[in-house]
Ligand binder design. Structure first.
Ligand code: ZN
Length: 203
């Protein structure tokens, strides 16, 4: 399975990193080895001094598809989750400035947190889901899918032009504003509305 990640999908986050607003979604992949194993702490890798949390809504693909029209995209997932796209921001900045791919900064072991899944049927409208990340009991990121530049169904249409989607593939839909550095002993908890979907410790 693969993790397909979207960058720059929320205007306020684009501003905080002083990035340009893209004309198409920014897409990158993480390998399955980047998934943080259940109940394991997140270890800050020794090649970075500035690992950031990026909380994101996740979509789990439930059937095989390619060139999916956005009007049929809702048939390709029935679970919604929450995760973290951990990013070695210092390394990513170096790679970006040289025009190089981001994988070393985003696809390392443990860089993908995947929380519990919720049934899509629990939501009246997937384009209006509130979610948040709490760091040591303080809310540091607070988003809503209504603020996405490309909505979930549009992302499925877009990425399926390039990659065949397979059962179990996961789409990370981009982070809202409020990304920041993690340090050892931080405790990160992710919520969709009032439901806690993950809790991890940083080491
Ligand atoms: Zn991200």
């Amino acid at each position: 399975m693969k993790l397909i990640c979207i960058g720059r999908n929320y205007t306020e986050h684009i501003k905080e990193l002083a990035n340009e607003k893209p004309t198409d979604p920014v897409v990158f992949l993480k390998p399955d080895t980047s998934i943080l194993l259940k109940k394991q702490p997140f270890f800050i890798p020794d090649f970075s001094n500035d690992v950031h949390h990026e909380v994101e809504i996740l979509i789990k693909i439930n059937r095989v598809g390619k060139h999916i029209d956005k009007k049929f995209a809702h048939k390709y997932y029935d679970e919604v989750g929450l995760g973290i796209d951990f990013t070695a921001r210092d390394l990513q900045s170096q790679l970006k400035s040289k025009g190089l791919p981001w994988e070393k900064a985003k696809a390392f072991d443990g860089a993908a947190v995947i929380g519990k899944w919720l049934s899509k049927s629990e939501f009246e409208n997937v384009d209006n889901i509130g979610f948040s990340l709490h760091k040591n009991e303080t809310i540091v990121q607070d988003g809503n899918t209504s603020l996405m530049l490309w909505k979930i169904d549009e992302l499925i249409e877009y990425v399926s032009k390039y990659f065949t989607l397979k059962i179990g593939d996961i789409i990370f839909t981009g982070t809202p504003a409020g990304v920041g550095k993690v340090v050892a002993n931080d405790k990160l908890k992710g919520f969709i509305e009032n439901r806690e979907l993950f809790s991890i410790t940083v080491k």
